[in-house]
Design a protein around this ligand. Structure first.
Ligand SMILES: Cc1ncc(COP(=O)(O)O)c(C=O)c1O
Length: 324
């Protein structure tokens, strides 16, 4: 066997020939490294010596666009800036420029629905763990199609189980970094166990979160409860959904809104359990480790929260129009 040494022309040719099915859902990429928008999926790449590739040294956000409006854009950018600050990663442009770049890249796709994945990387330069090797931090934005959860799941609910993956330390759990190995393993175990999701617990037995979503309950007494923001990511959807749910108190659907520790027994005895996140909105849980939760399908609170959130996504003050 002899391995060919490729010329730049051969590499370019091969690059353009590479195609696989997933690429059909890639609409556009913006890269500070190239200083422009790329629409050919075969050319959507990052340098291998960017520390985001070989050390996971970067932070990111996933943001949803529905009916041409970006939901919670400022909240996502604020969380991104905070994650970057916590790991001493300078942003390659200020938040206003980032916002403008996101809207322009999205507009270039001419699509109404999409998921924006925004990465800030330590940048190219060397292969050690030393972040100071990098020439400068970079921003990569990938716009892909949005594949919603099947509508049926919102009525029937989803199955969840207890995760065996060790939870993140609180400091790391609050940073949306590109070190997502625990999250990947949680997704893997849920697929392997034929569950929709697995959920984590900390060393004191308190509920943390799922692979890329938060989990909340309507407790036995009718209180809407989310875990303390200690060993979990501050989910933008959860925070917004809870703000909107204030209305449910006046409607008599919930007694109060609380933030406190949630144990496994609280989940088992809950009237309703909901998964919440950017791609899900509010998704009811029908079983935990095979045991039925509440009525075993979407409850009235999950239904109302979903309605409030979806109206907010389409017409609320947190939805930023992409197209004039
Ligand atoms: C670990 C983790 N928890 C929770 C969430 C939910 O956050 P959001 O509602 O901002 O999507 C995400 C997704 O970003 C996540 O990755």
């Amino acid at each position: 066997m002899s391995i060919p040494v490729l010329t730049p022309e051969q590499v370019q040719k091969k690059l353009l020939e590479k195609s696989y099915q997933a690429q059909e859902s890639y609409y556009a990429m913006y890269s500070t490294w190239w200083g422009g928008i790329i629409q050919n999926p075969s050319l959507m790449m990052v340098p291998i010596d960017d520390h985001i590739v070989h050390r996971g040294d970067g932070v990111f956000e996933a943001i949803k666009v529905i009916e041409g409006k970006v939901f919670l854009l400022d909240e996502h950018l604020a969380r991104l800036a905070q994650s970057a600050e916590l790991i001493g990663l300078p942003l390659p442009m200020n938040i206003q420029e980032m916002r403008k770049t996101i809207l322009e890249t999205m507009a270039a796709t001419q699509k109404q629905e999409a998921i924006l994945r925004l990465y800030i990387s330590r940048g190219p330069g060397g292969f050690t763990t030393n972040p100071y090797e990098s020439v400068s931090s970079q921003m990569y934005l990938v716009v892909t199609s949005f594949k919603p959860v099947a509508e049926e799941k919102y009525q029937k609910g989803v199955s969840i189980g207890r995760s065996a993956v060790p939870p993140k330390d609180p400091w790391f759990a609050r940073i949306k970094s590109c070190n997502y190995l625990q999250n990947v393993l949680m997704k893997k175990e849920s697929v392997d166990r034929k569950l929709d999701f697995t959920v984590g617990f900390d060393s004191n037995g308190n509920l943390t979160e799922s692979s890329t979503e938060n989990i909340v309950i309507l407790d036995h007494d009718g209180n809407l409860v989310r875990p303390k923001l200690v060993q979990i990511l501050r989910g933008t959807t959860m925070i917004r959904a809870f703000d909107l749910s204030e209305k449910l108190k006046t409607q008599g659907l919930i007694k109060s809104i609380q933030e406190r520790d949630i144990h496994e027994d609280d989940i088992r005895n809950a009237k309703e359990v909901m998964m919440i996140g950017t791609t899900l909105d509010v998704l009811p849980v029908s079983s935990f480790e095979g045991a039925k939760i509440g009525e075993g399908h979407q409850g009235p609170v999950a239904k109302e929260m979903l309605k409030l959130l979806r109206a907010d996504i389409k017409n609320g003050p947190k939805a930023t129009a992409v197209y004039a």
